[in-house]
Design a protein around this ligand. Structure first.
Ligand SMILES: [Zn+2]
Length: 139
């Protein structure tokens, strides 16, 4: 498949099919103001189908957040039109202000201006819990 190429930026590959827009939202990337290319429901040998996100000038993209929202994703770093490095995002130990606690009694729900903080409790199960009330994180 011939796709639009980027010169300097990143290619996020193996994004779960149909979730590219959600992933962009969690990464705080505004598709209206960012130079990017989305390929949705591309065929994938590994997963059947997948989404691919290509972002030009991606210095500010938080790859820790990517590890949390798209755990199977891989990242290609592109410099001068060529892939110079391939990496897998880490499962971050802490995530701050990415998701909100669903516990209605949590201090982050009842009080304003408190940062939403979650920590990894089990990397095998990829389980995160709220720093304040221990509620399990849900995407
Ligand atoms: Zn909580």
């Amino acid at each position: 498949m011939e796709v639009t190429s980027i010169t300097n930026g990143i290619i996020i590959d193996h994004v779960p099919a149909g979730t590219a827009l959600t992933v962009l939202e969690y990464l705080s990337i505004d598709p209206a103001t960012t130079r990017l290319a989305l390929i949705m429901n591309a065929s994938s040998r590994r997963y059947g189908s997948k989404d691919i996100i290509k972002i030009e000038d991606a210095e500010s993209v938080d790859l820790d957040v990517l590890g949390f929202v798209a755990r199977q994703a891989t990242v290609d770093i592109v410099r001068g039109g060529r892939i110079t490095r391939k990496m897998t995002p880490n499962l971050p130990e802490h995530i701050v202000n990415v998701i909100t606690c669903v516990n209605p009694r949590c201090v982050t729900t009842t009080e304003r201006g408190i940062r939403q903080r979650f920590h990894l409790v089990h990397s095998g199960r990829q389980e995160y819990r709220c720093d304040y009330c221990d509620e399990e994180a849900k995407l």
